[in-house]
Design a protein around this ligand. Sequence first.
Ligand code: NAP
Length: 290
Amino acid sequence: MQLLDGKSCSEQIRQEIAQTVSEIRASKDRVPHLAAVLVGNDGASENYVAFKVKDCAEVGFDSTLIRLDATISEQELLDKIDELNRNEAIDGFIVQLPLPAHIDENKVILAIDPAKDVDGFCPENVGKLSLGLPTFISATPNGIMELFRRYDIETEGKNCVVLGRSNIVGTPMAVLMSRNSNPGNATVTIAHSRTKNLTELCASADILIVAIGKTEFVTADMVKPGAVVVDVGQTRVPDDSKKSGFRNVGDVDFENVKDKCSYITYVTGGVGPMTRASLLQNTLKAHQRR
Ligand code: NAP
């Protein structure tokens, strides 16, 4: 078994980006600028946004964190998005999800200028992804493809099962893996909560990508010997032994699955750092396009 090390891969990507930023600086050009909108103070969202700001500083990007009260009205948030769309100094921005229940997430996503949608969530960017056109690809699936690329994982002709069909992970992941590309060219099945015979289906996968948010759901009997297993899941569970009071648990029973796999990611240092690096790549792309 070999660990797919997202931490070291993402460090390489950051170094490459930092190098490009120093060249931009040397040419006296404006450096890439990412803005992040955080509504309310959900603990996990606070963490994710703090990482995004820190990542920007590390590679030399400018960043702006816009904190809005959880009670903000939908219209006020849409006005803020309009302002960011028109702000020439900002190359791309993200609105951290989930949003408070009184705000329609779809309306918010639709309001973002596709040219600044570095999360790749807008219909225009999702449509371009489906058509195989250049676009901003949602950070998590893009990060997983980059991991496959850098580890030279063979995907062509393989049976790939993507467990989970969310708009931000499972569905774009399946599109990317089925594309005529390398990595890609896999025969892909998307599974979800209504899928029958899940154990048999997963056990038939040469490549199993799991994004369901159910702790240690994938057990050893669901994994084909020699499979490549990617665990996207990240669920906070209380843990008094940690300073933070919690630990992240993946969707795969890592300890019992790992020895069956050719390659596997671990919940820490796997997909998460690749997702963060992908957002930086998208922000750089947004800057270059302008
Ligand atoms: P989501 O929107 O909640 O979607 C979950 C998907 O899993 C749905 O398609 C659901 O099926 C399916 N599902 C739920 N229970 C299932 C079951 N028992 N059997 C089969 N399918 C089941 O999730 P998401 O946003 O994609 O996130 C998934 C996980 O990835 C979460 O733990 C999240 O925290 C994590 N995540 C991690 C990163 C990272 O960077 N590491 C990034 C994004 C997300 P239905 O459609 O039928 O309901």
